[in-house]
Design a protein around this ligand. Structure first.
Ligand SMILES: NC(=O)c1ccc[n+]([C@@H]2O[C@H](COP(=O)([O-])OP(=O)(O)OC[C@H]3O[C@@H](n4cnc5c(N)ncnc54)[C@H](OP(=O)(O)O)[C@@H]3O)[C@@H](O)[C@H]2O)c1
Length: 345
């Protein structure tokens, strides 16, 4: 939230050669977002001062968290979010012209930024991805990748031979979590929303997959995890998580990453999990990936090594055109993406 305050502070109104386009949160979300929730605005950017750079968005991220987070902002606020951008002009030696960067600039085409004026969410130059696309800086080599890397290893602490279940399994975070589970020698079960997504997860090496839209999750889990579940990486909450938590083993660990099943709808009633937590002596911990900000590059470098070693695969669902950002966001919330949803500007 501090991000928006900071960015507004130094987008002055002085004349400039560069006009940015920006998607605005025009109307409070009610249920599923629609085009009416957004409006496009133009904004003249100020000339650069010492410490500033000008960046042009190459890829914009659309993420589930934007749906609940934006509810905290008033109508008329620019949409938040990460982007991979190219530095076009610079009066800041740490951000040279031509460098590929990640910045929390929101859904906008151009940005003038002085990182020293930001208290949090500082932009950074992307590490060298070699021949890999820079868009991965929004996915497997960015925030979702670090969410999977730190969330699974630090909170679930999976051990060889254990059973790991991940919901939202074919998305950016989920597909990555399952693959790390395999790298750690676990049996991995993924829960996702279509047969095509489940087929891809099998290609990635998941041991078992469940299509929650067509199968009885509780019954299928009994077969897929016959020895019970040691680790649950929860991306969705609601009835899917109820079915998983009832089958946890003693001393099981649950990392609560997201609750996308209720981002657009009222929270569904499920059985109180506390009884399971007591008698199975479970550990359940919610987290925000920013808690590992001080280890950010460690996660990116580890994930990059796994990609280079052929142990970690990724997929992106790329939508073309800045004008399509709201549509890409709406599609992602409905499950239209496999792997990371990004917009190529
Ligand atoms: N805690 C953190 O710091 C942090 C960081 C990043 C992400 N997250 C959370 O992690 C989760 C996944 O994020 P992501 O970026 O990787 O997104 P994603 O999984 O790539 O995309 C969202 C997916 O959610 C699934 N979905 C939508 N409605 C659903 C429902 N009612 N029940 C079950 N699944 C549903 C859809 O797949 P299906 O076709 O399978 O339904 C959709 O493709 C989200 O909950 C997000 O908020 C948390």
């Amino acid at each position: 939230m501090s991000l928006l305050r900071n960015i507004h502070r130094f987008y002055g109104s002085s004349s400039s050669a560069v006009t940015a386009q920006s998607w605005i949160y025009a109307k409070v979300f009610k249920g599923e977002p629609t085009q009416q929730n957004f409006r496009l605005e133009r904004e003249d950017l100020p000339a650069l001062e010492d410490g500033d750079f000008l960046a042009r968005a190459d890829y914009i991220s659309v993420d589930p968290y934007m749906r609940p987070y934006m509810m905290a902002y008033p109508e008329g606020t620019p949409m938040i979010g990460g982007q991979v951008a190219t530095v076009l002009d610079s009066r800041n030696p740490a951000f040279p012209v031509g460098s590929a960067i990640f910045g929390q600039f929101g859904w906008r085409t151009h940005t003038v930024c002085n990182p020293a004026k930001l208290k949090t969410d500082r932009p950074y130059v992307l590490p060298d991805f070699g021949s890999l696309p820079t868009s991965l800086g929004l996915g497997v080599l960015g925030m979702p990748g670090n969410t999977a890397y730190f969330g699974l290893s630090e909170l679930c602490e999976p051990k060889e031979g254990e059973t790991v279940v991940v919901s939202g399994a074919a998305g950016a975070v989920g597909s990555h979590v399952g693959q790390i589970g395999k790298i750690k020698g676990c049996r991995v079960v993924g829960i996702a929303g279509s047969d095509a997504k489940c087929a891809w997860l099998k290609e990635l090496g998941f041991d078992e997959v469940i299509n929650y839209k067509t199968a009885n999750v509780y019954g299928e889990l009994k077969k897929a995890a016959p020895k019970g579940i040691d680790c649950y990486f929860d991306n969705v909450g609601g009835p899917i998580s109820e079915a998983v938590i009832k089958q946890m083993n003693v001393y099981g660990r649950i990392a609560v990453c997201g609750t996308i099943s209720n981002y657009n709808t009222a929270i569904e009633k499920v059985t109180d999990p506390l009884r399971q937590m007591v008698f199975k002596q479970l550990r359940m911990e919610g987290f925000l990936v920013w808690r590992w900000n001080n280890r950010w590059m460690e996660g990116i470098e580890a994930n990059l090594r796994w990609i280079r070693d052929g142990k970690l695969q990724w997929q992106e669902t790329v939508t073309d055109g800045f004008e399509q950002v709201p549509q890409a966001f709406m599609d992602m919330l409905k499950g239209g993406n496999t792997g990371k949803a990004v917009v190529k500007v």
